[in-house]
Design a protein around this ligand. Structure first.
Ligand SMILES: Cc1ncc(COP(=O)(O)O)c(C=O)c1O
Length: 364
């Protein structure tokens, strides 16, 4: 009998016992979905300049990445006003691929990584696949504060990575500058902070600390940005990490040749120039956020104030969050049960177009 159990020795136990990370669900899983408010995509669509760039370059896809990654990294450096050089960027097919590369770069079986739940659980999944022991130092209180003392206390000589999502998915909260400063001050040299800023475009708070600042102070920090959110390119799978030279050059060794889809690169470079679309996106989000705050207050639905393009609510009816999400799907709207991100009883709602936001409130 040719079963997995018979040939168990060929398998690595930490991979065999892991659960694949599947991400959120897609429209195909629900027959009639009108509004998808479950994956924090941009409900305005994609940047028109990115779409135009894709159309203009379609005739070139028979060649390996005709657009060179070097040009993309130069464009990213320009976007950062040359605060970083092109070789400080590592591009990838979405932030998730970069998280995987980072784990492969820094984690060996038996090492430890620290996460703070509720948070983006891809951190957990990729770390487990890398053979790491995942230590959870949960966020604290109603505003989900980072337990800096707890994290520092949990660091051992086996700790390699600390994952921080700022703004945090699924809570939408930010960790203010003072808290991150405190962590960075005491960060031992053998630990790297993965500082995930994929929702940074939406932040309005003044005391929001940036990965770039810590990288410029030569801290062991890897910043992560994605084109999946504010730029509306989730399906293109394109993102980048950035860090100080030794870390960036080290991670580049893991990249495969022609790893980045050429159309994704032209789309991303065009999207960076599309200031108009970014401003429209931010304005839509700001208006949607205010609308939701007012309506949730009126309906007495408790919510967590957000700095991102989604909002975490306590599900309002006498049913489980899973049943609520299912019931909403029956009404042609997808929202996300946050239990998988360790926020039981909560539902995460993407802030969308005025029409979608009103439809959701109508149902509630
Ligand atoms: C906090 C966070 N980081 C990273 C990602 C990965 O995004 P992508 O792989 O689409 O770039 C997501 C996606 O939802 C996220 O919420």
């Amino acid at each position: 009998m040719n079963t997995a159990t018979q040939h168990i020795n060929i398998y690595q136990p930490h991979i065999l016992n892991s659960f694949p990370y599947r991400g959120g669900s897609t429209r195909e899983e629900h027959k009639t979905i009108c509004y998808k408010m479950s994956s924090n995509e941009n409900m305005l669509g994609a940047s028109p300049m990115a779409l135009e760039a894709i159309r203009e370059n379609l005739h070139r896809i028979h060649e390996y990445s005709f657009e060179h990654d070097r040009l993309f990294c130069q464009t990213l450096a320009n976007h950062f006003h040359n605060a970083l050089s092109p070789d400080q960027f590592i591009t990838g097919n979405g932030g998730m691929e970069l998280l995987d590369i980072i784990v492969r770069g820094f984690v060996q079986p038996g090492n430890e990584v620290i996460i703070s739940t509720p948070t983006f659980m891809a951190y957990n999944s990729f770390a487990v696949l890398g053979g790491a022991r995942v230590i959870d130092v949960p966020l604290q209180g109603a505003m989900y504060d980072l337990d800096v003392e707890g994290i520092l206390g949990a660091i051992t000589d086996q700790t390699r990575l600390i994952f921080i999502s700022n703004p945090n998915n699924p809570t939408g909260t930010i960790i203010p500058q003072k808290r991150i400063d405190k962590l960075m001050e005491k960060l031992p040299d053998h630990v790297v902070v993965v500082y995930d800023e994929v929702y940074h475009d939406y932040v309005e708070a003044k005391d929001y600390p940036r990965a770039l600042d810590y990288i410029q102070q030569y801290k062991n920090v890897i910043g992560l940005h994605s084109f999946s959110k504010a730029y509306g390119l989730a399906g293109m799978r394109i993102a980048y990490a950035f860090s100080m030279h030794p870390i960036a050059l080290y991670l580049q060794k893991i990249k495969r040749p022609f790893m980045i889809n050429a159309l994704s690169m032209v789309a991303a470079m065009a999207a960076l120039k599309d200031r108009d679309f970014l401003e429209k996106t931010k304005a839509m989000n700001k208006a949607g956020k205010q609308f939701f705050y007012e309506q949730f207050k009126r309906l007495q639905i408790s919510y967590t104030p957000t700095e991102a393009n989604f909002i975490l609510i306590t599900q309002p009816h006498d049913m489980s969050a899973a049943a609520f999400v299912q019931a909403m799907a029956g009404k042609e709207i997808m929202v996300r049960d946050a239990e998988v991100m360790r926020a039981p009883g909560k539902v995460r709602v993407t802030i969308g177009t005025e029409e979608a936001n009103r439809y959701l409130i109508g149902l509630l």
